[in-house]
Design a protein around this ligand. Structure first.
Ligand SMILES: *[C@@H]1O[C@H](CO)[C@@H](O)[C@H](O)[C@H]1NC(C)=O
Ligand SMILES: *[C@@H]1O[C@H](CO)[C@@H](O)[C@H](O)[C@H]1NC(C)=O
Ligand SMILES: *[C@@H]1O[C@H](CO)[C@@H](O)[C@H](O)[C@H]1NC(C)=O
Length: 260
């Protein structure tokens, strides 16, 4: 695996200098994440960027303190912990718009606590059979694991599609920040502050329309697809994963309905 350029610890501040236009017109509140954003977001006709916090699906106070908890992340910010059997979900339309822009980015800061992998999040059709958009960590093999990005048009496909996969060092029990930058032609993975790999991907459609009744699941992909972030044979309050950040960045389109 090659790491073409190391952004290292100062990845955020360097990119702020490289992208002065973005920095000027967006709200500073998400400035530190912009290393992962498609460049087009700051150019031409772009109206701006919307960021959606998928962790808003965790209801406070916690609905089931046996399987959910709040912990400190590495940098002291609160993180959500998901234990075996946690069932966090929300109607997709309560939290996300109906259409994903052609280019988008997903940013995740998480600490898996199992080597078995599982879905970090999944937006699943009403029958719970197709992952429209999601990220899954594969079980560890040796020193590595694989990150999968799911992207499926629920109006034509009957099977979930993995549109990109990236092999990365295993990170069970470590906090890692990673991001997928999806542009018209490419998908780039940033892992642990390093731009690791770009793959050429032909996506169809370029603009994904979610099923109006799809569900956002956290730390699972719903009851049918299974492969939750857990080991069903394990008896006990196993911690599956902690998440500090789970954000989706999309380009503001004239008809985007902001969800707050
Ligand atoms: C990962 O993606 C490559 C194409 O980039 C594909 O050839 C390979 O089969 C995929 N692997 C898995 C496990 O999905
Ligand atoms: C992330 O990078 C740091 C510093 O480069 C390194 O010490 C750490 O092991 C890396 N984490 C993973 C999971 O590769
Ligand atoms: C896609 O990636 C290739 C190789 O990294 C690069 O040459 C090309 O400009 C990229 N295309 C876009 C639209 O970013």
């Amino acid at each position: 695996m090659d790491y073409p350029f190391l952004i290292s610890d100062i990845c955020f501040s360097i990119l702020l200098l490289l992208l002065p236009i973005v920095w000027h017109y967006v709200s500073p509140s998400w400035g530190q994440d912009e290393f992962a954003l498609p460049l087009s977001f700051s150019q031409g006709e772009s109206l701006g960027v919307l960021d959606y916090n998928l962790l808003d699906a965790v209801k406070i106070p916690l609905q089931d303190p046996k399987t959910q908890y709040v912990a400190d992340s590495e940098d002291g910010f609160p993180a959500f912990g998901f234990k075996l059997g946690s069932d966090v979900k929300m109607a997709r339309r309560q939290i996300l718009p109906d259409t994903l822009s052609q280019e988008f980015a997903i940013l995740i800061s998480a600490k898996p606590r199992t080597k078995k992998g599982g879905f970090i999040f999944a937006i699943v059709n009403p029958m719970d059979t197709i992952v429209e958009l999601g990220v899954r960590i594969a079980p560890e093999t040796g020193a590595y694991t694989v990150l999968y990005l799911y992207y499926t048009d629920p109006s034509v496909d009957v099977n979930s599609h993995i549109i990109a996969n990236f092999t990365v060092p295993k990170f069970n029990n470590k906090w890692v920040k990673f991001a997928f930058r999806v542009t018209l032609e490419n998908i780039t993975l940033f892992f642990n502050c390093t731009e690791t790999e770009t793959v050429l991907v032909h996506r169809n459609p370029l603009e994904l329309v979610f099923d109006s009744a799809s569900t956002l699941y956290l730390a699972q992909a719903g009851p049918v697809i299974g492969e939750p972030y857990e080991d069903r044979k394990f008896k006990g309050p196993q911690i599956m994963i902690l998440m500090e950040d789970l954000k989706l960045y999309i380009e503001l389109m004239p008809d985007t309905e902001r969800k707050d």
